[in-house]
Design a binder for this molecule. Sequence first.
Ligand SMILES: [Zn+2]
Length: 226
Amino acid sequence: MAGAKRGSADKKQISRRRLLIGGGVAVAAGTGALVYQEELSRLWWRVPGIDKQRNEGAVDQPGAQWIAASRANLRYADRPADYPIDRVIIHVTQGSYDTAVRVFRDPLHAAAAHYVIRARDGHIAQMARELDVAFHAGNREFNERSVGIEHEGFVDKPSSFTDVMYRSSARLCADICARYEIPVDREHIIGHHEVPGATHTDPGRHWDWDRYIRLVRKAVVTRRDA
Ligand SMILES: [Zn+2]
């Protein structure tokens, strides 16, 4: 599950943005306001985490359903231009698909992953754009460099990891790896528990890594031949 632990640096980022907005208001009241505002807007676009033009409802993964996570659970970015993406992080929700979707939409949850996959049919919800930094790894650096995939299920219930979910996830993972030229291996496709400082154990010992990596590699080949 995407943990609520968030780097203090993320908060710092927000404060810096607030400071800029506050500063703009104060100076705009004085002389030379227009010049300053123009200066400010140019400066604004250089600050990481700004709003870039986005199409409402657009997804990175064809076929995924867009369900927006709360803005509080992610940070707007411009990846891979500002942060290279070189990891896919595998999670297990420890709850239902519906619960995961609900909490990621909740601004108080302080966490969200880019994708949530449903066990019964492999349905994919995209909740954060890949260009944005979603708070799912509990580690700022790993949030910035990764795409997070949540799988409906429980770490101690292997039957929750359905065949259709493995296959759906593997296709998604293969596409992410292709988009950012991420090598398909266990160094780059990792479990949440392998993130430095992780307090979470997902996806747990029942997650079949050999099978998953094999499926991702197969999906990469299928993709190339298509
Ligand atoms: Zn997790």
